[in-house]
Design a protein around this ligand. Structure first.
Ligand code: LRH
Ligand code: MN
Ligand code: MN
Length: 429
């Protein structure tokens, strides 16, 4: 039995005030779904089995290039971060794993494992960092890492990734996510082809160090920190990488890493069709890699992504892409944002499960564009909150995670233990 951080009577008290209404709402929804030939309990069971990993770096207040305004009770180290992640899972029951970033979260691996298993948490994909310099490293990544012109810098970046795999082995992780910031700021600064060749050589060395039951995720991003060209800039390049590396290599799709208005759901479908979709970094955005809360700007897009995922899951039971959040919280309590984001991802999944696929196929075959799109809308418009809330309640979570969290006084408690952090002016001054 794992330990809980939020007192169980606080959650029970908050739930008690909401349970009768919830059960009535669930019954009403059950009747409505019944008329559509959908068994609500089957949807609830799928929702209950759905998990999304919390990024360790998401529980601290984020910042921009201009400033960072820390909140109270900021986690001091990875052990505080694990406790914050445990709170998120206790209340939502949707985030059973944590995704670590090395060297940010570096600590003795057995201690990390113990700290997480105390709260029943596991570890999702490991993330390497060759986009910033760590204290004391011999070669700088200012001009690149895996694609650097200097072999010494490239080898150092490869070694770092191999070390992440070693740490992950002790933790029970089964994947490594590689995102590099390599690229250029000026036309002519870098030779596109030579840089990509160096990338492939370096990634082959990392792939060779991967245990048989691990996956290697490469993550593409259109721009930033390089503003003219990025080496792994889009899903096409990412697909080349995953295909050439071999069967353990997959593409990771971070929703924020595309140009505005890109049809991400179609990219997802393409990668699924070639069995190269490895997983996601969920977040939302309006302009660029905004790292806003999942579902906060365009929940329909999140639903359309899940529409593709559910279709794939129905066709192949073994289809299990990795689900992770990757967000930065500048103006909210990160725990609250992450709890709501996890439930937004779950919501999109539940809504996608409601799509009448037989009807949809019929409308597609008959070229009935209007009814086809209405079939999707009918699922998207359904308020599935009673399903999500009852799934949470039945697995020991909170009907209203934010209300229970606020009632618990957790933030004030950790603020008393964790010293206040000074704000920063960001990176531009
Ligand atoms: C890059 C990125 C990548 C990193 C994380 C901190 O923008 O999405 O996944 O590991 O941010
Ligand atoms: Mn990401
Ligand atoms: Mn990003």
């Amino acid at each position: 039995m794992s330990e809980t951080i939020i007192a169980t009577d606080v959650v029970a008290h908050d739930n008690a005030a909401r349970e009768a209404d919830l059960r009535r709402d669930y019954e009403t929804l059950s009747e409505r779904l019944d008329r559509r030939g959908i068994a609500i309990d089957a949807i609830k069971a799928k929702v209950a089995g759905f998990g999304v990993a919390v990024p360790s770096w998401g529980v601290g207040t984020g910042g921009t290039r201009f400033a960072r305004f820390p909140g109270t009770g900021e986690p001091r180290d990875i052990f505080d971060k694990i406790e914050d992640c445990a709170v998120i899972n206790e209340l939502t029951r949707a985030t059973p794993t944590v995704s670590l970033h090395i060297p940010w979260d570096k600590a003795e691996p057995n201690r990390l494992k113990q700290a997480a298993s105390r709260f029943g948490l596991g570890f999702d994909a490991m993330n390497s960092n060759t986009f910033s310099d760590a204290a004391g490293q011999s070669h700088s990544y200012k001009f690149g890492s895996l694609t650097h012109a200097d072999k010494g810098a490239r080898s150092q970046a490869v070694e770092h990734n191999l070390e992440c795999i070693e740490i992950g082995k002790t933790l029970g992780s089964k994947a490594l996510t590689v995102w590099i910031g390599d690229g250029s700021n000026f036309p002519g600064q870098v030779n596109f082809s030579r840089a990509f060749d160096r990338y492939m050589d370096a990634m082959r060395a990392i792939y060779d160090g991967l245990p048989d039951d691990w996956k290697l995720f490469s993550e593409h991003k259109m721009y930033e920190p390089a503003f003219y060209s990025t080496v792994v800039q889009d899903w096409g390049t990412n697909y080349i990488i995953a295909s050439e590396l071999g069967p353990k290599a997959y593409c990771l799709v971070d929703l924020g890493h595309h140009a505005p208005n890109t049809n991400i759901e179609q990219i997802v479908a393409r990668l699924i069709s070639r069995n190269k979709l490895g997983g996601f970094h969920f977040n939302d955005s309006k302009y660029g890699d905004d790292d806003l809360d999942a579902g906060s700007i365009d929940p329909y897009r999140l639903f359309l992504v899940f529409n593709e995922l559910v279709e794939a899951e129905l066709a192949d039971e073994s289809f299990h892409p990795a689900h992770m959040l990757d967000q930065s919280h500048n103006v909210t309590d990160p725990i609250e944002s992450l709890m709501l984001s996890a439930t937004e991802v779950q919501r999109a999944y539940a809504q996608a499960l409601l799509v009448n696929r037989e009807k949809l196929l019929g409308f597609q075959e008959e070229n009935d564009a209007l009814q086809a799109t209405q079939t999707l809308k009918a699922a998207f418009r359904t308020d599935v909150e009673p399903i999500l809330a009852l799934a949470r309640l039945e697995s020991g979570g909170a009907i209203d995670p934010v209300a229970a969290y606020r009632a618990s006084g957790y933030r004030a408690r950790v603020a008393a233990e964790r010293p206040a952090v000074a704000g920063g002016s960001g990176g531009i001054v």
